[in-house]
Design a protein around this ligand. Structure first.
Ligand code: CP
Length: 325
């Protein structure tokens, strides 16, 4: 195990470690994304690999911001591979005493952890970790910046339902501005995805709209034209004053209600990264109906996708991406 402080950006070790990290989807390409997805699909259908190079390795799970799905699925995946998880949650780390992110990462590696998963409310945290230590870093969500493992599990979920990724039309509904998931899913343009946005002006900035595609002034008119209606909860915990909403007006214009779900194209589906504010941005009856919603499939796929990432990060063989075409 390399010691902290021995970080040389040009060394082959660093290049290899960076290749096994997932800080941003922009650091890799669809060929590798497909291999991660194909490996997750194999694990989901055949079970966890009996022998993975992850077995016996020490994995830090730094969840410095609340999480249910991402944290538990990573922890489950670590156990499934026979590795050892070390969880730091919320306020329990020395970050609250003023320790820097960089020193936190270096301390974890000096203590013997060999891969770090990190979630933090500050955008850029995963990059700070990756620049600080010579071990693979998996970004579990950094502020409103990116949530690449969620995008990958969403693509796996889409592929399992549509049996293709190419050319899917995705309508983001709600809080695009604060959504790290949308910021990662936009890389789906490289699969030929096209995007629409139905959102109040406060929750989608003009610069963001240019990245995401067509603004849809009427959600009702837009829904029948999309394959995926992707619901983004208003992230009030990240709101500035200018983002504040009239809840009744929001639900009236942007909630995926029974009436709106009735406008879905025959094979279209509703998705959301969760958590859901039940009965606000989506009706419970819609979210719970597998003939209209992939919400629970997304959760199931999260564990297998994260298992594939961990397996690959420790040098495990990945399936050929062609398996997913
Ligand atoms: N989708 C997601 O990141 O959910 P959690 O915040 O529960 O991990």
């Amino acid at each position: 195990m390399a010691l902290p402080g021995s970080h040389d950006p040009s060394s082959p070790l660093t290049v290899d470690v960076r290749r096994r990290s997932l800080v941003s989807l922009g650091d890799s390409d669809p060929a590798l994304w497909r291999r991660w997805l194909a490996t997750a699909e194999r694990f989901r259908t055949a079970g966890a690999p009996a022998a993975s190079p992850a077995r016996g390795r020490h994995v830090g799970l730094g969840f410095f911001e609340p999480s249910t799905r991402t944290r538990i699925s990573f922890e489950r995946a670590v156990h499934g591979l026979g590795a050892h998880p070390y969880v730091m949650a919320g306020e329990s780390s020395s970050l609250v005493k003023g320790e820097s992110l960089r020193d936190t990462a270096r301390t974890l590696v000096a203590a013997g952890l060999e891969l770090l998963v990190v979630r933090h409310k500050e955008a850029g945290t995963a990059r700070v970790f990756a620049d600080a230590v010579p071990v693979p870093i998996l970004n579990a969500g950094d502020g409103a910046n990116e949530h690449p493992t969620q995008a990958l599990l969403d693509w796996l979920t889409m592929w399992r339902h549509f049996r293709r990724l190419e050319g899917l039309k995705i309508l983001f509904v709600g809080d695009v501005k604060h959504s790290r998931v949308a910021h990662s899913l936009r890389y789906g343009k490289q699969f030929g995805h096209t995007f629409g946005v139905a959102a109040p002006a406060a929750l989608v900035e003009p610069a963001l709209l240019q990245q995401f595609g067509t603004f849809e002034p009427s959600l009702d008119a837009a829904i029948p034209r999309y394959d995926v209606v992707y619901v983004l909860r208003p992230q009030r915990e990240r709101f500035a004053e200018a983002d504040l909403l009239d809840d009744a007006a929001y639900r009236e214009r942007y909630a995926i209600t029974e009436a709106r779900a009735a406008k879905l194209a025959p094979n279209a589906r509703v998705m959301t990264p969760g958590p859901v504010t039940a009965g606000f941005e989506i009706d419970v009856s819609v979210a719970e109906d597998p003939s209209r919603s992939l919400v629970w499939e997304q959760v199931v796929n999260g564990t297998w996708l994260r298992m594939a990432l961990l397996h690959g990060a420790f040098g495990g063989a990945l399936e050929p991406g062609e398996a997913l075409r």
